[in-house]
Ligand binder design. Structure first.
Ligand SMILES: [Zn+2]
Length: 148
């Protein structure tokens, strides 16, 4: 199965399990990008666009493909693409928005479901440490930058 068939299969599966997301999938422009490490959504005229790294997509399990697709669609559903620019710290806003939407995704569809409490705590501390060491991003208003 190639990448296009795989994305089509996952989209159909998500729509059968959770029809609400069909509303977003039907208007979504999908594209493959090698310069993107994972995947992201961005504005595309009056609609939205999903960009995915092929290697990343093909490396995911079927459950994690469903989780990734639902994650990206939830960014659209929650209006994140039209509100993130109001926050001065774009990176922190991205982390908060990811935490918000991941609560709506079954744990088995997300990476790290196998983590126990201690492993999750260590991961959380590593993310906070990395965040504190990274200089704040300068906010640039653009429709081109995918939202991960
Ligand atoms: Zn995200």
């Amino acid at each position: 199965m190639d990448k296009v068939q795989s994305l089509s299969k996952t989209s159909k599966e998500l729509m059968l399990k959770e029809p609400y997301y069909g509303y977003f999938l039907i208007m979504l422009n999908k594209m493959w990008r090698k310069d993107l490490p994972t995947a992201g959504v961005s504005k595309n005229g009056i609609n939205y666009q999903l960009a995915i790294n092929e290697e990343f997509w093909m490396s995911l399990s079927e459950d994690h493909k469903l989780g990734l697709l639902k994650h990206e669609l939830l960014h659209i559903a929650f209006g994140h693409l039209t509100t993130y620019f109001i926050f001065s710290d774009h990176r922190m806003a991205n982390i908060a928005m990811d935490m918000e939407i991941n609560q709506y995704i079954d744990r088995s569809w997300l990476p790290g479901a196998e983590f126990d409490h201690e492993q999750f705590k260590a991961l959380k501390e590593a993310v906070i440490k990395e965040y504190k060491q990274t200089p704040k991003l300068i906010l640039i208003k653009t429709n081109e930058q995918p939202y991960m």
